[in-house]
Design a binder for this molecule. Structure first.
Ligand SMILES: Cc1cc2nc3c(=O)[nH]c(=O)nc-3n(C[C@H](O)[C@H](O)[C@H](O)COP(=O)(O)O)c2cc1C
Length: 460
Protein backbone atom coordinates (compact mmCIF):
# COMPACT_ATOMS: atom_id res chain seq x y z
CA UNK A 1 0.00 0.00 0.00
CA UNK A 2 1.15 3.53 -0.69
CA UNK A 3 1.57 6.01 2.12
CA UNK A 4 -1.52 7.85 0.91
CA UNK A 5 -3.79 4.79 1.01
CA UNK A 6 -2.49 3.81 4.44
CA UNK A 7 -3.77 7.14 5.74
CA UNK A 8 -7.32 6.58 4.52
CA UNK A 9 -9.56 3.93 5.97
CA UNK A 10 -10.97 1.56 3.33
CA UNK A 11 -13.86 -0.77 4.23
CA UNK A 12 -13.07 -4.37 3.37
CA UNK A 13 -16.76 -5.07 2.73
CA UNK A 14 -16.47 -8.32 4.71
CA UNK A 15 -17.42 -9.47 8.17
CA UNK A 16 -15.87 -12.03 10.49
CA UNK A 17 -17.54 -13.71 13.43
CA UNK A 18 -16.11 -14.64 16.79
CA UNK A 19 -17.88 -16.52 19.55
CA UNK A 20 -17.51 -15.14 23.07
CA UNK A 21 -18.20 -17.94 25.56
CA UNK A 22 -19.13 -16.01 28.67
CA UNK A 23 -18.62 -17.80 31.92
CA UNK A 24 -19.91 -15.01 34.10
CA UNK A 25 -22.98 -12.98 33.23
CA UNK A 26 -26.73 -13.03 33.04
CA UNK A 27 -26.81 -13.24 29.26
CA UNK A 28 -26.27 -16.98 29.02
CA UNK A 29 -29.19 -19.09 30.17
CA UNK A 30 -27.81 -21.96 32.20
CA UNK A 31 -31.10 -23.23 33.59
CA UNK A 32 -33.12 -24.09 30.45
CA UNK A 33 -33.75 -27.75 29.61
CA UNK A 34 -31.42 -27.50 26.60
CA UNK A 35 -28.58 -25.80 28.53
CA UNK A 36 -25.27 -27.57 28.93
CA UNK A 37 -22.82 -27.25 31.78
CA UNK A 38 -20.57 -24.20 32.02
CA UNK A 39 -17.57 -26.35 32.95
CA UNK A 40 -17.90 -29.58 30.92
CA UNK A 41 -15.54 -29.81 27.99
CA UNK A 42 -18.46 -31.05 25.88
CA UNK A 43 -20.11 -27.59 26.00
CA UNK A 44 -16.94 -25.97 24.69
CA UNK A 45 -16.25 -28.64 22.08
CA UNK A 46 -19.78 -28.59 20.69
CA UNK A 47 -19.96 -24.84 20.29
CA UNK A 48 -16.40 -24.44 18.95
CA UNK A 49 -17.04 -27.06 16.28
CA UNK A 50 -20.34 -25.41 15.33
CA UNK A 51 -18.53 -22.07 15.05
CA UNK A 52 -15.92 -23.67 12.84
CA UNK A 53 -18.62 -25.14 10.61
CA UNK A 54 -19.80 -21.52 10.25
CA UNK A 55 -16.27 -20.36 9.34
CA UNK A 56 -15.96 -18.26 12.52
CA UNK A 57 -12.58 -16.59 12.82
CA UNK A 58 -12.26 -16.88 16.58
CA UNK A 59 -13.33 -18.59 19.77
CA UNK A 60 -13.01 -16.25 22.76
CA UNK A 61 -12.78 -16.91 26.45
CA UNK A 62 -13.04 -14.09 28.98
CA UNK A 63 -11.27 -14.03 32.31
CA UNK A 64 -12.37 -13.32 35.84
CA UNK A 65 -9.78 -14.10 38.46
CA UNK A 66 -12.12 -13.79 41.39
CA UNK A 67 -15.75 -14.76 41.73
CA UNK A 68 -17.80 -11.62 42.07
CA UNK A 69 -19.44 -11.14 45.44
CA UNK A 70 -21.88 -8.78 46.93
CA UNK A 71 -23.37 -8.54 50.38
CA UNK A 72 -20.83 -11.17 51.38
CA UNK A 73 -22.03 -13.95 49.11
CA UNK A 74 -21.40 -14.98 45.50
CA UNK A 75 -23.20 -12.71 43.09
CA UNK A 76 -26.53 -14.16 41.93
CA UNK A 77 -26.01 -13.04 38.35
CA UNK A 78 -22.94 -15.22 38.02
CA UNK A 79 -22.41 -18.89 37.69
CA UNK A 80 -19.60 -20.39 39.69
CA UNK A 81 -16.96 -22.21 37.72
CA UNK A 82 -14.95 -20.90 34.85
CA UNK A 83 -12.13 -23.09 33.58
CA UNK A 84 -8.78 -21.47 32.91
CA UNK A 85 -8.80 -20.05 29.38
CA UNK A 86 -5.43 -21.31 28.16
CA UNK A 87 -6.05 -24.82 29.43
CA UNK A 88 -9.44 -24.92 27.75
CA UNK A 89 -8.13 -23.48 24.48
CA UNK A 90 -5.29 -26.01 24.40
CA UNK A 91 -7.87 -28.79 24.60
CA UNK A 92 -9.97 -27.11 21.89
CA UNK A 93 -6.92 -26.87 19.63
CA UNK A 94 -6.95 -30.64 19.43
CA UNK A 95 -10.58 -30.90 18.24
CA UNK A 96 -10.64 -27.94 15.81
CA UNK A 97 -8.45 -27.06 12.86
CA UNK A 98 -9.09 -23.49 11.67
CA UNK A 99 -10.77 -21.38 14.31
CA UNK A 100 -8.63 -18.87 16.24
CA UNK A 101 -8.26 -19.42 20.00
CA UNK A 102 -8.38 -16.19 21.99
CA UNK A 103 -7.45 -16.10 25.67
CA UNK A 104 -8.34 -13.02 27.70
CA UNK A 105 -5.41 -12.46 30.06
CA UNK A 106 -4.77 -9.42 32.18
CA UNK A 107 -1.55 -7.49 32.40
CA UNK A 108 -2.02 -6.37 36.00
CA UNK A 109 -1.52 -9.78 37.66
CA UNK A 110 0.56 -11.76 35.15
CA UNK A 111 4.25 -11.60 34.32
CA UNK A 112 5.30 -10.97 30.74
CA UNK A 113 7.96 -13.65 30.25
CA UNK A 114 5.70 -16.33 31.68
CA UNK A 115 2.59 -15.27 29.78
CA UNK A 116 4.52 -14.80 26.51
CA UNK A 117 5.81 -18.36 26.87
CA UNK A 118 2.39 -19.84 27.58
CA UNK A 119 0.81 -17.98 24.66
CA UNK A 120 3.64 -19.08 22.36
CA UNK A 121 2.97 -22.63 23.47
CA UNK A 122 -0.70 -22.33 22.51
CA UNK A 123 0.29 -20.72 19.23
CA UNK A 124 2.64 -23.56 18.33
CA UNK A 125 0.29 -26.25 19.54
CA UNK A 126 -2.57 -24.88 17.44
CA UNK A 127 -0.57 -24.26 14.27
CA UNK A 128 -0.69 -20.46 14.54
CA UNK A 129 -4.21 -19.91 15.84
CA UNK A 130 -3.59 -18.31 19.24
CA UNK A 131 -4.51 -14.79 20.30
CA UNK A 132 -4.29 -12.76 23.47
CA UNK A 133 -7.16 -10.46 24.44
CA UNK A 134 -5.28 -7.89 26.54
CA UNK A 135 -7.17 -6.48 29.50
CA UNK A 136 -6.01 -4.53 32.53
CA UNK A 137 -8.98 -5.57 34.73
CA UNK A 138 -11.12 -2.87 36.19
CA UNK A 139 -11.63 -3.84 39.81
CA UNK A 140 -9.79 -3.59 43.06
CA UNK A 141 -11.15 -6.75 44.65
CA UNK A 142 -9.41 -8.99 42.11
CA UNK A 143 -6.13 -7.64 43.47
CA UNK A 144 -6.94 -9.04 46.87
CA UNK A 145 -6.54 -12.51 45.35
CA UNK A 146 -2.86 -11.96 44.76
CA UNK A 147 0.11 -12.02 47.04
CA UNK A 148 1.32 -8.65 45.86
CA UNK A 149 -2.18 -7.17 46.28
CA UNK A 150 -1.23 -5.33 43.16
CA UNK A 151 -4.11 -3.12 42.23
CA UNK A 152 -2.90 -0.09 40.30
CA UNK A 153 -4.43 3.25 39.41
CA UNK A 154 -6.14 3.40 36.04
CA UNK A 155 -3.36 5.32 34.24
CA UNK A 156 -0.71 3.20 35.91
CA UNK A 157 -2.46 0.02 34.78
CA UNK A 158 -2.10 1.12 31.16
CA UNK A 159 1.54 2.20 31.59
CA UNK A 160 2.20 -1.21 33.07
CA UNK A 161 0.16 -2.91 30.32
CA UNK A 162 2.12 -1.24 27.57
CA UNK A 163 5.49 -2.12 29.06
CA UNK A 164 4.17 -5.66 29.48
CA UNK A 165 3.04 -6.00 25.86
CA UNK A 166 6.21 -4.42 24.49
CA UNK A 167 8.28 -6.88 26.49
CA UNK A 168 6.14 -9.79 25.28
CA UNK A 169 6.62 -8.62 21.68
CA UNK A 170 10.39 -8.43 22.17
CA UNK A 171 10.33 -11.96 23.52
CA UNK A 172 8.41 -13.17 20.45
CA UNK A 173 10.74 -11.18 18.18
CA UNK A 174 13.85 -12.62 19.78
CA UNK A 175 13.92 -15.77 17.71
CA UNK A 176 16.16 -15.59 14.68
CA UNK A 177 14.58 -18.24 12.49
CA UNK A 178 17.45 -18.26 9.94
CA UNK A 179 20.16 -18.72 12.54
CA UNK A 180 18.00 -20.90 14.79
CA UNK A 181 19.03 -18.79 17.77
CA UNK A 182 17.36 -16.62 20.39
CA UNK A 183 18.47 -13.30 21.76
CA UNK A 184 18.32 -12.45 25.40
CA UNK A 185 15.60 -9.98 26.40
CA UNK A 186 16.32 -7.67 29.30
CA UNK A 187 13.87 -5.14 30.63
CA UNK A 188 14.11 -3.09 33.80
CA UNK A 189 11.00 -1.10 34.42
CA UNK A 190 8.98 0.61 37.07
CA UNK A 191 6.75 -2.38 37.71
CA UNK A 192 8.92 -5.43 37.02
CA UNK A 193 12.21 -6.58 35.59
CA UNK A 194 12.77 -9.29 33.02
CA UNK A 195 15.94 -11.07 32.01
CA UNK A 196 15.02 -13.98 29.80
CA UNK A 197 16.30 -16.02 26.93
CA UNK A 198 13.13 -17.26 25.25
CA UNK A 199 12.73 -20.94 24.57
CA UNK A 200 10.27 -21.35 21.73
CA UNK A 201 10.48 -20.74 17.99
CA UNK A 202 7.95 -18.61 16.18
CA UNK A 203 4.63 -20.06 15.12
CA UNK A 204 3.13 -20.23 11.63
CA UNK A 205 1.60 -16.78 12.23
CA UNK A 206 4.84 -15.28 13.65
CA UNK A 207 3.36 -14.52 17.10
CA UNK A 208 -0.09 -14.56 18.77
CA UNK A 209 -2.58 -12.05 17.41
CA UNK A 210 -3.25 -9.22 19.86
CA UNK A 211 -6.81 -8.28 20.78
CA UNK A 212 -7.64 -5.52 23.26
CA UNK A 213 -10.75 -4.81 25.35
CA UNK A 214 -10.97 -1.58 27.34
CA UNK A 215 -12.83 1.52 26.31
CA UNK A 216 -11.38 4.55 28.12
CA UNK A 217 -9.33 7.12 26.14
CA UNK A 218 -6.16 5.50 27.59
CA UNK A 219 -7.45 2.08 26.57
CA UNK A 220 -8.21 3.23 23.04
CA UNK A 221 -4.77 4.86 22.60
CA UNK A 222 -3.15 1.73 23.93
CA UNK A 223 -5.09 -0.35 21.36
CA UNK A 224 -4.18 2.08 18.58
CA UNK A 225 -0.50 1.57 19.37
CA UNK A 226 -0.45 -2.14 20.17
CA UNK A 227 -3.49 -4.16 19.07
CA UNK A 228 -4.41 -6.02 15.90
CA UNK A 229 -8.10 -6.20 16.85
CA UNK A 230 -10.32 -4.35 19.34
CA UNK A 231 -13.04 -6.30 21.11
CA UNK A 232 -15.31 -3.27 21.40
CA UNK A 233 -18.42 -2.34 23.31
CA UNK A 234 -19.90 -0.40 20.35
CA UNK A 235 -22.17 -2.60 18.24
CA UNK A 236 -24.94 -0.08 17.49
CA UNK A 237 -24.61 1.22 13.93
CA UNK A 238 -24.08 4.96 14.49
CA UNK A 239 -21.98 4.33 17.56
CA UNK A 240 -19.90 1.78 15.66
CA UNK A 241 -19.23 4.29 12.86
CA UNK A 242 -18.16 6.91 15.40
CA UNK A 243 -15.95 4.41 17.21
CA UNK A 244 -14.30 3.48 13.90
CA UNK A 245 -13.64 7.16 13.17
CA UNK A 246 -12.12 7.62 16.60
CA UNK A 247 -9.90 4.53 16.34
CA UNK A 248 -8.69 5.41 12.83
CA UNK A 249 -7.69 8.86 14.11
CA UNK A 250 -5.84 7.38 17.09
CA UNK A 251 -4.19 4.71 14.92
CA UNK A 252 -2.87 7.28 12.44
CA UNK A 253 -1.59 9.39 15.33
CA UNK A 254 0.26 6.32 16.57
CA UNK A 255 2.01 6.09 13.19
CA UNK A 256 0.13 3.04 11.94
CA UNK A 257 -2.09 2.56 8.87
CA UNK A 258 -5.80 3.42 8.95
CA UNK A 259 -6.77 -0.21 8.35
CA UNK A 260 -4.29 -1.71 10.80
CA UNK A 261 -6.67 -2.17 13.73
CA UNK A 262 -9.76 -4.34 13.22
CA UNK A 263 -12.91 -3.84 15.29
CA UNK A 264 -15.26 -6.58 16.49
CA UNK A 265 -17.96 -5.46 18.94
CA UNK A 266 -19.68 -7.64 21.51
CA UNK A 267 -23.14 -8.68 20.32
CA UNK A 268 -26.10 -10.97 20.85
CA UNK A 269 -28.32 -12.46 18.13
CA UNK A 270 -31.91 -13.57 18.62
CA UNK A 271 -33.12 -14.82 15.25
CA UNK A 272 -35.98 -16.76 13.67
CA UNK A 273 -37.51 -17.42 10.26
CA UNK A 274 -40.02 -14.54 10.48
CA UNK A 275 -39.95 -11.13 12.21
CA UNK A 276 -42.88 -12.07 14.47
CA UNK A 277 -41.27 -15.35 15.57
CA UNK A 278 -38.06 -13.47 16.29
CA UNK A 279 -39.88 -10.94 18.50
CA UNK A 280 -41.63 -13.74 20.43
CA UNK A 281 -38.34 -15.53 20.87
CA UNK A 282 -36.71 -12.41 22.26
CA UNK A 283 -39.43 -12.04 24.90
CA UNK A 284 -38.91 -15.67 25.90
CA UNK A 285 -35.11 -15.32 26.03
CA UNK A 286 -35.34 -12.22 28.19
CA UNK A 287 -37.72 -13.91 30.63
CA UNK A 288 -35.15 -16.68 31.12
CA UNK A 289 -32.12 -14.39 31.34
CA UNK A 290 -33.45 -12.45 34.32
CA UNK A 291 -35.21 -14.58 36.92
CA UNK A 292 -36.72 -13.19 40.15
CA UNK A 293 -33.57 -13.71 42.25
CA UNK A 294 -31.34 -12.20 39.61
CA UNK A 295 -33.57 -9.13 39.33
CA UNK A 296 -33.33 -8.51 43.08
CA UNK A 297 -29.58 -9.19 43.13
CA UNK A 298 -29.08 -6.70 40.34
CA UNK A 299 -30.73 -3.91 42.32
CA UNK A 300 -28.91 -4.92 45.50
CA UNK A 301 -25.61 -4.05 43.83
CA UNK A 302 -26.68 -0.45 43.52
CA UNK A 303 -28.69 -0.20 46.72
CA UNK A 304 -25.90 -1.83 48.75
CA UNK A 305 -28.41 -3.61 50.98
CA UNK A 306 -30.61 -6.70 51.15
CA UNK A 307 -33.76 -6.31 49.09
CA UNK A 308 -34.96 -9.90 49.27
CA UNK A 309 -38.23 -8.89 50.94
CA UNK A 310 -39.25 -6.95 47.83
CA UNK A 311 -41.52 -8.56 45.28
CA UNK A 312 -39.69 -8.96 41.95
CA UNK A 313 -43.05 -8.46 40.25
CA UNK A 314 -43.76 -5.28 42.22
CA UNK A 315 -42.43 -1.71 41.96
CA UNK A 316 -38.81 -0.66 42.63
CA UNK A 317 -37.92 -0.31 46.35
CA UNK A 318 -38.90 3.00 47.95
CA UNK A 319 -36.12 2.53 50.49
CA UNK A 320 -32.90 4.42 49.67
CA UNK A 321 -29.50 2.87 48.93
CA UNK A 322 -27.08 2.61 51.84
CA UNK A 323 -24.69 5.36 50.98
CA UNK A 324 -21.53 4.16 52.70
CA UNK A 325 -22.03 0.50 51.91
CA UNK A 326 -22.74 0.48 48.24
CA UNK A 327 -21.61 -2.86 46.85
CA UNK A 328 -18.64 -3.03 44.55
CA UNK A 329 -19.88 -6.17 42.84
CA UNK A 330 -18.99 -4.77 39.50
CA UNK A 331 -15.75 -3.36 40.80
CA UNK A 332 -16.42 -0.10 39.08
CA UNK A 333 -15.80 2.16 42.04
CA UNK A 334 -19.50 2.97 42.11
CA UNK A 335 -20.14 5.39 44.95
CA UNK A 336 -22.98 6.06 47.31
CA UNK A 337 -23.87 9.58 46.33
CA UNK A 338 -24.28 8.37 42.79
CA UNK A 339 -26.33 5.42 44.01
CA UNK A 340 -28.99 7.64 45.60
CA UNK A 341 -29.25 9.75 42.49
CA UNK A 342 -29.49 6.63 40.34
CA UNK A 343 -32.18 5.08 42.56
CA UNK A 344 -34.32 8.23 42.22
CA UNK A 345 -33.84 8.23 38.50
CA UNK A 346 -34.64 4.50 38.13
CA UNK A 347 -37.73 4.72 40.33
CA UNK A 348 -39.07 7.60 38.22
CA UNK A 349 -38.28 5.76 35.00
CA UNK A 350 -39.91 2.49 36.14
CA UNK A 351 -43.00 4.35 37.35
CA UNK A 352 -43.38 6.26 34.13
CA UNK A 353 -43.10 3.10 32.03
CA UNK A 354 -45.17 1.02 34.45
CA UNK A 355 -42.39 -1.57 34.93
CA UNK A 356 -41.96 -4.07 37.76
CA UNK A 357 -38.52 -4.79 39.25
CA UNK A 358 -38.08 -7.77 36.97
CA UNK A 359 -39.22 -5.96 33.85
CA UNK A 360 -37.05 -2.97 34.69
CA UNK A 361 -33.91 -5.03 35.34
CA UNK A 362 -34.57 -7.08 32.24
CA UNK A 363 -34.67 -3.89 30.16
CA UNK A 364 -31.52 -2.49 31.87
CA UNK A 365 -29.46 -5.62 31.38
CA UNK A 366 -30.70 -6.62 27.96
CA UNK A 367 -27.79 -5.01 26.20
CA UNK A 368 -30.36 -3.28 24.00
CA UNK A 369 -27.68 -1.88 21.74
CA UNK A 370 -25.88 -5.17 21.35
CA UNK A 371 -28.89 -7.28 20.36
CA UNK A 372 -29.69 -8.09 16.77
CA UNK A 373 -33.25 -9.31 16.70
CA UNK A 374 -35.23 -10.18 13.57
CA UNK A 375 -35.64 -12.66 10.75
CA UNK A 376 -32.49 -14.11 9.21
CA UNK A 377 -32.99 -11.99 6.08
CA UNK A 378 -33.64 -8.77 8.00
CA UNK A 379 -30.57 -9.16 10.17
CA UNK A 380 -28.41 -10.18 7.20
CA UNK A 381 -29.44 -6.95 5.45
CA UNK A 382 -28.53 -4.91 8.52
CA UNK A 383 -25.16 -6.61 8.87
CA UNK A 384 -24.42 -6.08 5.18
CA UNK A 385 -24.66 -2.32 5.85
CA UNK A 386 -22.04 -2.64 8.58
CA UNK A 387 -19.75 -4.45 6.14
CA UNK A 388 -20.18 -2.01 3.28
CA UNK A 389 -19.68 1.10 5.39
CA UNK A 390 -16.80 -0.44 7.33
CA UNK A 391 -18.48 0.31 10.66
CA UNK A 392 -16.97 -2.92 12.00
CA UNK A 393 -14.86 -5.83 10.78
CA UNK A 394 -17.09 -8.38 12.42
CA UNK A 395 -18.96 -9.31 15.57
CA UNK A 396 -18.00 -11.16 18.67
CA UNK A 397 -21.17 -13.08 19.43
CA UNK A 398 -22.27 -14.12 22.92
CA UNK A 399 -24.71 -17.01 22.55
CA UNK A 400 -27.62 -16.89 24.99
CA UNK A 401 -27.73 -20.67 25.02
CA UNK A 402 -24.80 -23.07 25.37
CA UNK A 403 -24.02 -25.34 23.55
CA UNK A 404 -26.67 -25.00 20.80
CA UNK A 405 -26.86 -21.20 20.67
CA UNK A 406 -24.91 -20.79 17.43
CA UNK A 407 -26.87 -23.35 15.44
CA UNK A 408 -29.34 -20.96 13.81
CA UNK A 409 -26.59 -18.41 13.13
CA UNK A 410 -24.48 -20.99 11.35
CA UNK A 411 -27.38 -22.69 9.57
CA UNK A 412 -29.29 -19.59 8.46
CA UNK A 413 -27.54 -16.26 9.05
CA UNK A 414 -24.15 -17.27 7.64
CA UNK A 415 -25.62 -18.50 4.30
CA UNK A 416 -27.72 -15.31 4.07
CA UNK A 417 -24.56 -13.21 4.56
CA UNK A 418 -22.65 -15.30 2.04
CA UNK A 419 -25.44 -14.69 -0.51
CA UNK A 420 -24.95 -10.97 0.10
CA UNK A 421 -21.21 -11.35 -0.51
CA UNK A 422 -20.17 -10.04 2.91
CA UNK A 423 -19.05 -13.24 4.67
CA UNK A 424 -16.25 -15.67 3.77
CA UNK A 425 -17.13 -18.87 1.94
CA UNK A 426 -14.01 -20.65 3.12
CA UNK A 427 -11.15 -20.09 5.55
CA UNK A 428 -8.49 -17.90 3.93
CA UNK A 429 -5.70 -19.93 5.50
CA UNK A 430 -4.71 -22.03 8.44
CA UNK A 431 -3.64 -19.25 10.82
CA UNK A 432 -5.75 -16.71 12.65
CA UNK A 433 -3.67 -13.89 11.20
CA UNK A 434 -4.48 -15.04 7.66
CA UNK A 435 -8.17 -15.51 8.43
CA UNK A 436 -8.46 -12.02 9.87
CA UNK A 437 -6.58 -10.51 6.92
CA UNK A 438 -3.75 -9.21 9.13
CA UNK A 439 -0.25 -8.64 7.86
CA UNK A 440 2.66 -10.55 9.37
CA UNK A 441 4.77 -8.39 11.73
CA UNK A 442 8.29 -7.58 10.63
CA UNK A 443 11.05 -8.57 12.94
CA UNK A 444 12.78 -5.39 14.13
CA UNK A 445 16.51 -5.01 13.77
CA UNK A 446 16.77 -3.68 17.33
CA UNK A 447 19.71 -4.54 19.52
CA UNK A 448 18.31 -7.07 21.94
CA UNK A 449 21.39 -7.36 24.06
CA UNK A 450 21.07 -4.05 25.88
CA UNK A 451 18.93 -3.38 28.91
CA UNK A 452 15.85 -1.38 27.96
CA UNK A 453 13.12 0.43 29.76
CA UNK A 454 10.12 0.06 27.47
CA UNK A 455 9.25 3.36 25.75
CA UNK A 456 5.81 3.48 27.36
CA UNK A 457 7.35 3.57 30.81
CA UNK A 458 9.69 6.31 29.74
CA UNK A 459 6.65 8.29 28.60
CA UNK A 460 4.95 8.12 31.97
C1 LIG B 1 -15.97 -5.94 25.43
C2 LIG B 1 -15.11 -6.02 26.68
C3 LIG B 1 -14.81 -7.28 27.23
C4 LIG B 1 -14.03 -7.38 28.40
N1 LIG B 1 -13.73 -8.61 28.94
C5 LIG B 1 -12.99 -8.68 30.08
C6 LIG B 1 -12.67 -9.94 30.70
O1 LIG B 1 -13.07 -11.00 30.24
N2 LIG B 1 -11.93 -9.94 31.85
C7 LIG B 1 -11.47 -8.78 32.41
O2 LIG B 1 -10.79 -8.83 33.43
N3 LIG B 1 -11.78 -7.59 31.87
C8 LIG B 1 -12.51 -7.51 30.72
N4 LIG B 1 -12.79 -6.28 30.17
C9 LIG B 1 -12.41 -5.05 30.89
C10 LIG B 1 -10.99 -4.74 30.78
O3 LIG B 1 -10.44 -5.32 31.94
C11 LIG B 1 -10.60 -3.30 30.77
O4 LIG B 1 -9.32 -3.33 31.18
C12 LIG B 1 -11.43 -2.45 31.66
O5 LIG B 1 -12.61 -2.15 30.93
C13 LIG B 1 -10.73 -1.17 32.09
O6 LIG B 1 -10.23 -0.47 31.00
P1 LIG B 1 -10.91 0.83 30.42
O7 LIG B 1 -11.00 1.78 31.55
O8 LIG B 1 -9.99 1.29 29.33
O9 LIG B 1 -12.26 0.44 29.88
C14 LIG B 1 -13.55 -6.19 29.01
C15 LIG B 1 -13.86 -4.94 28.44
C16 LIG B 1 -14.61 -4.83 27.29
C17 LIG B 1 -14.89 -3.48 26.70
Amino acid sequence: MTKHSRAKYQPTGKLQFGIFFQGVNSGTIWKAAESGSQTDFESFRRIAQTAERGLFAAFFLGEGLRLREHLGRPHELDVAGRPDAQTMLAALAAVTSNIGLVATQNTTYNDPADLAHRLSSLDLLSGGRAAWNIVTTDNAWTGANFRRGGYLDHADRYTHAEAFVETAKRIWDSHDADAGTWRRVVHQGQHYSVDVTPRLPRSDQYRPVLFQAGDSPDGRDFAARQADVIFSAHPKFDDALEFRRDIVERTLKAGRGANDVKIMPASEFILAATPQEARDKKAWVRSLQIGPQQAIAYLEQFWGRELSEYDPDGPLPEIDPVVEETSETRGSGFHGAKARQLADQWRAEAKEKGLTIRQFVSAKTSRVDATFNGSYAEVADRLADYARTGAVDGFNISPWLIPTGLDDIVNHLVPALQERGVYPTEYAGSTLRENLGLTTPERPEADFAGVSAAPSEARA
